[in-house]
Design a protein around this ligand. Structure first.
Ligand SMILES: Cc1cc2nc3c(=O)[nH]c(=O)nc-3n(C[C@H](O)[C@H](O)[C@H](O)COP(=O)(O)O)c2cc1C
Length: 235
């Protein structure tokens, strides 16, 4: 397969709300998922998961949970990107195990993963730890630059969701590079999605991505962006 250059990929990727019936080979999705997993992510803890929903019954439920919008209804493949608060410890241990293969893990790396990360990620039901962390960070921050977040569960969800969103962009660009279309969706019923995929309360559905062969009518007009002067600041 011949791939486009990077800027052509960026220019051709659009949100496609309707796909044709032409199937997208599984290999295209596999390649895009592999690209997703190479995205930069916070502390390399990879607190994400991608559910490629293949069962026709589950797919039908998923379309309904996506409010039956065209991008889901006509998609040949549906991928659900999830960020998780409950996989960092497992992934941290795997990461350290991998580092150990090439020699002893430096002390500062050990401190980072075995002390700082658990301190930042630890949560209790009442949010007391978050308050203590917040007070400590703000007190130290009076005297020197200091990390202020994450302290709360919401902060942590933001951390893992940022990384998952970057992976989604890699995924969608990889789909575009292979000549197919995608549409990210946040218009869904998260509770129903969690039930369909058996996700617990430490999971957040970041987006559902529909993938298919582009129907020209599924691209709603030329791409619009506000003037870059409004959003790009050279300071
Ligand atoms: C997080 C996120 C959620 C989105 N949710 C939806 C959605 O539920 N339905 C939809 O049709 N488009 C959705 N979009 C697509 C945006 O509307 C689209 O990216 C935007 O209009 C810009 O168009 P472009 O992607 O073609 O450049 C979403 C995009 C993002 C990044």
């Amino acid at each position: 397969m011949k791939y486009m250059n990077f800027f052509d990929v960026v220019d051709t990727r659009r949100s496609v709300r309707r796909f044709t019936q032409t199937p997208v080979p599984d290999e295209v999705i596999r390649k895009a998922l592999a690209a997703a997993l190479k995205a930069p992510n916070s502390s390399n803890l990879q607190c994400w998961e991608f559910y490629w929903v293949k069962s026709p019954a589950k797919k039908a439920e998923l379309v309904e949970a996506c409010l039956s919008q065209g991008a889901a209804r006509t998609a040949n493949h549906l991928i659900v990107a999830v960020s998780r608060l409950d996989t960092w410890r497992r992934n941290r241990d795997l990461l350290i195990e991998d580092m150990q293969k090439t020699g002893p893990v430096p002390k500062f790396v050990q401190n980072y993963y075995l002390k700082l990360i658990p301190f930042l990620y630890a949560q209790d039901a009442l949010g007391i730890l978050a308050m203590i962390k917040c007070l400590a960070f703000n007190a130290i921050g009076l005297f020197k630059p200091m990390l202020r977040r994450p302290v709360s569960k919401a902060d942590l969800f933001e951390v893992v969701t940022k990384s998952a969103a970057l992976a989604c962009e890699n995924f969608m660009l990889a789909i575009a590079a292979q000549g197919f279309g995608s549409c990210p969706m946040e218009g869904f019923d998260e509770k129903r999605l969690q039930r369909i995929l058996n996700l617990n309360r430490k999971c957040h559905v970041v987006m559902v991505i529909g993938v298919g062969d582009i129907d020209a009518a599924g691209i709603f007009g030329p791409q619009y962006r506000v003037d870059s002067k409004l959003v790009v600041h050279e300071v």
